[in-house]
Ligand binder design. Structure first.
Ligand SMILES: N[C@@H](CCC(=O)N[C@@H](CS)C(=O)NCC(=O)O)C(=O)O
Length: 219
């Protein structure tokens, strides 16, 4: 049995999206970010990333986290690679070459893009896109993202997907990171192949289902 601990307004979107793509059954245990509540350790606080019961499962106190047939897995990219390989099908690697490429691009997104892309979503979520500070922050982050975005843009121009000639877990993992920068329109417009690939993967029914559930979740 698969249990996903997370919230749809978190990196757990990656895992929920993948679970919908794979069509697998899972139990979802809502775990909110502690920073979203005033007193996360209050006796009546909902289960959150600071709750001792959750920290006992993931000592990092972060979501997503899964428990899959007794194995606890943390780190969203590792979780998704594990689930894709376990359940197989077109989203999973078919050989070591694809496996390595899917791992490589997932690491690339997480280590060379995510932190900077999150600077953009932080400005947007704070409603500061029109402030001088907000504009400056987006400009700096956009400049830092030019090289990795250019790498992705050129790579996607070859086959339209991250690995092989089909949608895989690598597309999903990378897309969920690029999404944090999606609101930087000038940046995205500079990489049209990347932009249209993102629109294409976000039109998939499993993404649409995940997003609708996220929108329905309390903020
Ligand atoms: N590298 C980790 C990062 C996980 C992470 O930072 N998750 C955030 C939510 S998006 C979290 O749980 N933060 C804890 C908190 O805010 O209390 C992953 O990709 O799974």
């Amino acid at each position: 049995m698969l249990t996903i601990y997370g919230a749809y307004r978190s990196r757990a979107t990656r895992t929920y999206w993948l679970a919908y793509e794979l069509g697998i059954e899972f139990r979802s245990v809502p775990v909110l970010q502690a920073r979203r509540m005033e007193n996360p350790l209050a006796p009546d606080a909902p289960l959150n990333t600071a709750s001792p019961a959750f920290v006992a499962i993931n000592p990092m106190g972060q979501i997503p986290c899964i428990e899959d047939d007794g194995q606890v897995v943390i780190e969203s990219m590792a979780i998704n690679l594990h689930l894709a390989k376990k359940h197989g099908g077109p989203l999973a690697p078919t050989n070591l070459t694809e496996d390595t490429a899917m791992t490589m691009w997932s690491f690339f997104a997480a280590t060379s893009i995510e932190t900077t892309a999150l600077r953009i979503s932080a400005v947007i979520n704070a409603g500061k896109t029109e402030t001088e500070d907000g504009k400056a922050e987006i400009a700096v982050a956009s400049r830092l993202l030019q090289r990795p975005f250019s790498v992705l843009d050129q790579h996607l121009a070859k086959t339209g997907f991250m690995v092989g000639e089909r949608f895989t877990v690598a597309d999903l993992n990378v897309a969920e990171v690029i999404r944090y920068a999606q609101g930087a329109t000038a940046l995205m417009d500079a990489y049209p192949t990347l932009k249209s690939w993102l629109a294409k993967v976000q039109a998939r029914p499993a993404f649409v289902k995940m997003w609708a559930t996220r929108e329905a979740e309390a903020t």
